[in-house]
Design a protein around this ligand. Structure first.
Ligand code: NAP
Length: 212
């Protein structure tokens, strides 16, 4: 498959690049700073660009017919809004539709869900209060992608860790109660799951929670 990754220099983005290459996919990494990616591979193409420019995002998507578009950008602070990244997601969504890309696979956050309160106090009271700006950004991005013309899947993990890839995780489109010890996921497992979602259609046009 041909895949493009926005946020490829991030912790999850890098996992997507590595695992995508390992699986034999042709990967384009759209980055603002190629030195930070510091990777070479025959199947890896690095495009330097600015996600806040629609023309640059659209040009990258127009260069090939991509089967999957990974959206793995992330704000620096969980306490402040970063409207540049909301705008970036809008550009990715519109350009993916304009260029008839296969599917957007976007990382969101489990806390955005209406039924997140079932997960306990952390998601019922604390996250909505302390992380209201992050939640607002994530909800806006979900709304933009899910109302766009390109096919999509929203991936909603809880706390991300730098733990190893085990291939063992639980995913569902509705939340059931989980012990708090299970409310985390390694970025390596998240990337593995996202690559699976890119290659299967069962969860298309759905928001899927995923956790250990
Ligand atoms: N941390 C958690 O526990 C957690 C839980 C659930 C969901 N999430 C979500 O998961 C996603 C991925 O998280 P992560 O920890 O893998 O992300 P990360 O390591 O912080 O990476 C963020 C990526 O976004 C890029 N980026 C940020 N601002 C940018 C800008 N203005 N212009 C261009 N690129 C920009 C960064 O580029 P540079 O490398 O150039 O800076 C980097 O590639 C995020 O959306 C996050 O909200 C996180």
């Amino acid at each position: 498959m041909k895949m493009i990754i926005f946020g490829a220099t991030g912790k999850t983005g890098r996992e997507l690049v590595l695992q995508g290459l390992e699986q034999g996919h042709e990967i384009t990494a759209f980055v603002r700073n190629p030195d930070k990616l510091n990777m070479e591979h025959p199947l890896l193409h690095i495009v330097q660009g600015d996600v806040t420019s629609y023309d640059e995002v659209n040009a990258a998507l127009a260069a090939k017919h991509y089967d999957a578009v990974f959206s793995a950008l992330g704000a620096k602070s969980p306490f402040q809004r970063d409207l540049r990244l909301v705008e970036a997601v809008r550009h990715i969504t519109h350009a993916a539709a304009a260029q008839q890309a296969g599917k957007i696979v976007h990382i969101s956050f489990i806390g955005t869900r209406k039924d997140a309160g079932k997960l306990g106090l952390l998601y019922r009271w604390i996250t909505p209060l302390l992380m209201r700006n992050l939640l607002a950004d994530h909800r806006d991005k979900e709304q933009i992608i899910s109302s766009g013309a390109a096919n999509w899947v929203l991936v909603q993990p809880p706390l991300l860790t730098n733990g190893e890839r085990t291939g063992s995780y639980y995913y569902e489109t509705t939340i059931r109660q989980l012990p708090s010890s299970k409310l985390k996921l390694s970025r390596a497992n998240l990337a593995e799951f996202m690559l699976k979602l890119a290659q299967q259609s069962e969860q298309d046009r759905k928001a899927v929670m995923v956790s250990e």
